[in-house]
Design a protein around this ligand. Structure first.
Ligand SMILES: [Mn+2]
Length: 431
């Protein structure tokens, strides 16, 4: 009897507490907009503002930005203007696809990912896997629109992307010293100018690269007699170039999800990949006992804890059933759920930027790929929010020993390639 009484009391206490809890603790009026217009109290309510009445809209309405975030053309922001509205994290589209070796079409990626992100917004943005709403936390997040990259000339396109990231990374953050960018591709070659921009701000970056392919191929691994400087810049060689120009850490970069066939009759590609400073986690590793957990542990063991880390997600890391809308699909990849799990496990790393690339909507079915890409972008931004604001101490300009003069030779080398190529092209065109 005593036991029953105690049980009843505890049940009663739980009911009272949970009711009180819902009413007083969890009910954030910010997220409860509905007013009972039949209630007698309704006429006593304050006159609603036009914003109250017409500001909120349904997920499929409004002008499409990523997750209905505010839009600003960040490339036209004058950083010296004190009046500008500052931000900490921003989406930036890079609709460039003329460095692809197989099926093109990723120039339509950023707009399609935005369209697929419409059911994400501040209002219903709480990431329960992380315990944070990345769209409504300390970071001011916006959509910066697209870099207007030319589809006519890759030398010029590379130059435009270099200058664009330089400009974007020179803007002051709101809470952060520098904003972080979540780039939407575009083909994977866009990673090179991104890493160049980040190198100037942070120094060498460690890259974690989710991809079914290596993308550390030397340009001469493509079978062609014909070559030029710009022909070296492709979506399969950008990591080789980044290594050659000293933009990435010399070791402990990591591929996750590899499963493509490799060149020739042996392990050459893997040996060359070693030289570029990468370790490899193959897609099949997930078949081991506790494979997913082991992959996540391996990622955390390999990546540095206190150094800048960049996450690049080629959507072809997913199985074609989970991401058919990409240029170079490979059978036998991860599910979206598995990839999200791996990303979630990277909490605590110093993520300074990320991308989702190679989304090619014309090969997509029922928005499968674009929906996966928009969710991955959201998970990556969650990581950025969890990492906290960028502090001055993280910036390379505060480490004078690393860069002695204002100009870094490793960056000017790439600029020189571009200039030489430009001169060469002009000569070919007009002589
Ligand atoms: Mn790739």
């Amino acid at each position: 009897m005593i036991q029953t009484k105690a049980a009843l009391l505890s049940l009663f206490a739980t009911l009272v507490f949970s009711h009180a809890n819902y009413e007083t603790l969890n009910k954030n009026p910010k997220y409860h907009s509905y007013k009972d217009q039949n209630s007698p109290d309704f006429s006593l309510l304050e006159q609603p503002s036009l914003e109250d009445m017409w500001g909120p809209f349904w997920a499929y309405q409004g002008i499409q930005s990523f997750a209905h975030l505010p839009v600003q053309n960040c490339l036209t922001i004058d950083k010296n203007n004190k009046e500008i509205e500052r931000f900490d994290i921003a989406l930036i589209g890079v609709p460039f696809d003329t460095a692809t070796s197989f099926r093109p079409g990723t120039r339509f990626g950023p707009q399609a990912i935005r369209a697929a992100s419409q059911r994400q917004d501040k209002w219903r943005g709480f990431n329960f896997r992380a315990g944070v709403n990345p769209l409504d936390d300390w970071a001011n997040i916006i959509d910066c629109g697209d870099i207007p990259v030319t589809p006519m000339d890759n030398t010029l396109a590379l130059k435009q992307m270099q200058l664009a990231y330089k400009q974007l990374l020179s803007l002051p953050g709101n809470t952060s010293s520098v904003p972080k960018y979540m780039s939407l591709g575009g083909d994977h070659s866009i990673l090179l100018p991104i890493l160049q921009g980040l190198y100037e701000v942070y120094g060498e970056i460690t890259v974690i690269h989710f991809d079914s392919h290596l993308d550390t191929w030397a340009p001469d691994k493509y079978p062609s007699f014909w070559s030029s400087n710009t022909s070296e810049f492709t979506h399969g060689s950008m990591l080789w170039l980044a290594h050659k120009h000293g933009l990435i850490a010399p070791e402990n970069n990591l591929h996750v999800g590899l499963r493509t066939r490799i060149s020739g009759n042996g392990w050459d590609d893997f040996r060359e990949d070693d030289e570029v400073g990468f370790k490899r986690i193959l897609a099949d590793a997930i078949l081991d006992d506790n494979g997913l957990q082991k992959i996540a542990a391996n990622i955390l063991e390999t990546l540095p804890k206190n150094k800048p880390v960049y996450i690049s997600v080629d959507i072809d890391v997913l199985d074609p059933s989970a991401a058919p809308g990409t240029g170079t699909i490979e059978a036998g990849g991860f599910t979206t759920r598995e990839l999200i799990h791996m990303i979630r496990k990277m909490k605590g790393l110093n993520i300074v930027g990320a991308d989702v690339v190679e989304v090619s909507p014309s090969y997509d079915q029922s928005d499968i790929t674009t929906t996966a890409a928009s969710q991955i972008a959201y998970e990556l931004m969650t990581l950025m929010v969890e990492a906290g604001p960028v502090t001055e101490k993280q910036l390379v300009k505060h480490n004078a020993a690393k860069i002695e003069s204002g100009e870094d030779l490793r960056l000017t080398a790439l600029d020189r390639i571009i200039q030489e190529e430009r001169d060469y092209q002009l000569k070919m065109l007009f002589n």
